[in-house]
Design a protein around this ligand. Structure first.
Ligand SMILES: [Zn+2]
Length: 180
């Protein structure tokens, strides 16, 4: 609602919907889950996860670029990125997730309380033996890499699709490869 009121959501003369100045498709969650399940069968969970994570990173980088251009600023301040990230998570259908972010040195610990995809994934595919929120992990990784100015890695260590009560992500700065 807030997006419509602020004009961030618009529809052009051809009926194409736009959010933050880019065309969007509204996909039902099971569609994403179906794609993910097919990729997992074909490539294995790890490789499939890497693709979906990259989609999340790509999405948030593009969105932040547009956001910066729109506001004509070079550097987006940190609180704005946090706000914007919550909006992105909200727009793509995760809803008003209750997010807890803990900064522990260079490690960022994020807990999500209402993870739509994980809950739906378990509903469709049954309880899973691995975490499933690669896409959301990619969004977090993209946001916090921008926020900290460092390349981060992300790992989901608890997932509601596995029967955990929350989804929990650990982000760390990517280790530089040792020389020699
Ligand atoms: Zn999860």
């Amino acid at each position: 609602m807030e997006l419509i009121e602020s004009g961030q959501f618009s529809v052009d003369d051809f009926g194409h919907a736009k959010v933050f100045g880019e065309y969007i498709l509204l996909l039902p969650v099971p569609v994403l889950i179906h794609l993910q399940t097919m990729l997992e069968k074909e490539l294995g969970a790890k490789k499939a996860g890497a693709f979906l994570e990259e989609i999340g990173v790509y999405q948030v980088r593009q969105a932040l670029e547009r956001y910066k251009k729109r506001l004509g600023i070079q550097k987006v301040d940190k609180t704005k990125i946090m706000e914007f990230e919550k909006k992105i998570i909200n727009i793509i259908g995760f809803g008003n997730v209750d997010t807890k972010v803990v900064f522990n040195g260079s490690v960022i610990d994020i807990t999500l309380n209402n993870p739509t995809v994980a809950i739906k994934y378990a509903e469709i595919n049954g309880k899973c033996r691995h975490p499933v929120d690669y896409y959301l992990g990619g969004i977090l990784k993209g946001s916090f890499s921008t926020l900290t100015g460092k390349d981060m890695t992300v790992e989901e260590i608890r997932c509601a699709a596995m029967g955990d009560s929350v989804c929990r992500f650990i982000l760390k700065p990517k280790k530089k490869r040792a020389k020699g």
